[in-house]
Design a protein around this ligand. Structure first.
Ligand code: KIV
Ligand code: ZN
Length: 385
């Protein structure tokens, strides 16, 4: 089993979600929870982007000791200098430099030739290494870049001192087979690739971020970047809790471990949702309110007999609560009986039948039957002569 490093960018790429703006205290609170969650590396922000972000990154760098803290910089000296001022108090100051390598970004956004991009990447990584012991370099829009050019650039950037190479699917365009193939190509064509961590960074525009991250891991990635709850630009980044749980549940297929304390998953998700205001959909994998809820009679009957009939993840594993007995219109008599037993009631078969009929009537007018509704039904049937 080899270990996959988990790089969290909730506080940088995640904060780039439209409408999200965390203050320094909120960022610090999330950073502390990410440390408890066991994240290997956290990207605390983009120090050159604003005074507020600079101060937040500095405070996090000086406080967090068990997770390595990094900050983002464009491939320009002033960004790197500002990032150093923010990060120099960290246990092990790390810098993340990005520069686009795809034809569309180089031509229209950077207005640079491929040779100029390669030279800038090499020079800025070397410049950063004069201070930072660890430098990650990201080839922005890697998945739409020319692979031969990318391989050549990566080799030179590693020689200049980068210790992590990240290949983002910046616009969420890649398919799993294609993204995986790009990692395999770099493993085969970059002579010094084994000296560094090779990282994936997937956006979710086509809903493929988890599949793409897993494909990267299958093809040699040693680090996964993402955010809690999958927040981020547009459709967001890969949801770290989803990939981490997929790796754990399907360890028969993915022989890798991570450093995460999965039992902190739900608490981390709740905190990020609360502080960012980005609510988690009920049906979201792993952390959604319905992830461990069963409503239909057939499913409820199954899980009452053996949970594994319909549950592949235990709620305990991720620190969530089980909601086996969600009471709605599809619930059956077996679940109803268990539910009222859980509430402390024992009814005769006749009273149970009456209560179940009243419950079914009520489900035609209400989506979710609460304990208060059940209590009213039970009181009624018990007081009837
Ligand atoms: O998606 C992306 O390309 C990024 C880079 C800055 C790493 O977030
Ligand atoms: Zn990104």
């Amino acid at each position: 089993m080899s270990r996959i490093k988990i790089f969290d960018t909730t506080l940088r790429d995640g904060e780039q979600s439209p409408g999200v703006n965390l203050n320094a205290l909120e960022k610090l609170e999330i950073a502390k929870q990410l440390e408890r969650f066991g994240i290997d590396r956290m990207e605390a922000g983009f120090p050159a982007s604003s005074k507020g972000d600079f101060l937040a990154v500095k405070q996090i760098a000086e406080t967090i000791k068990n997770t390595s803290v990094t900050g983002l910089a464009r491939a320009i000296k002033s960004d790197i200098d500002t990032a150093w001022d923010a990060l120099k108090g960290a246990e092990e100051p790390c810098l993340h430099i990005f520069l686009a390598t795809s034809p569309i970004h180089m031509t229209y956004k950077l207005k640079k030739t491929p040779d100029e991009v390669m030279e800038t990447a090499v020079n800025m990584v070397a410049y950063a290494r004069e201070r930072f012991p660890k430098v990650e370099w990201s080839a922005e829009d890697a998945s739409r870049s020319d692979w031969a050019f990318l391989a050549q650039t990566i080799e030179k950037v590693i020689d200049a001192g980068a210790s992590v190479i990240n290949l983002p699917d910046t616009v969420g365009y890649a398919t799993p087979a294609e993204y995986g193939e790009m990692f395999r190509y770099m493993k085969e064509h970059v002579a010094n690739i084994d000296q560094v961590d090779l990282s994936c960074h997937c956006h979710n525009d086509l809903g493929l971020a988890v599949a793409n991250s897993l494909a990267a891991v299958e093809n040699g990635a040693t680090q996964i970047e993402g955010t809690i709850n999958g927040i981020g630009e547009r459709a967001g980044n890969v949801a770290l809790e989803e990939v981490a749980v997929a790796l754990r549940i399907r360890s028969d297929f993915y022989p890798h471990t991570t450093s995460l304390n999965l039992v902190e998953t739900k608490r981390t998700s709740d905190l990020v949702a609360k502080l960012t205001g980005m609510h988690v959909p009920r049906n979201k994998a792993v952390v959604g309110q319905n992830a461990f809820a069963h409503e239909s009679g057939i499913h409820q009957d199954g899980v009452l007999k053996n949970k594994e009939t319909y549950e592949i993840i235990t709620p305990e594993m991720v620190g969530a609560k089980s909601d086996t007995l969600f009471m709605g219109k599809h619930s059956g008599r077996h679940a109803f009986k268990e539910k009222i037993k859980e509430m402390g009631y024992e009814l005769t078969e006749e009273k149970l039948g009456e209560a179940f009929s009243s419950f079914k009537l009520l489900t035609d007018t209400k989506k979710e039957i609460t304990d208060v509704d059940l209590f009213a039904i039970l009181t009624d049937v018990q007081t009837e002569s």
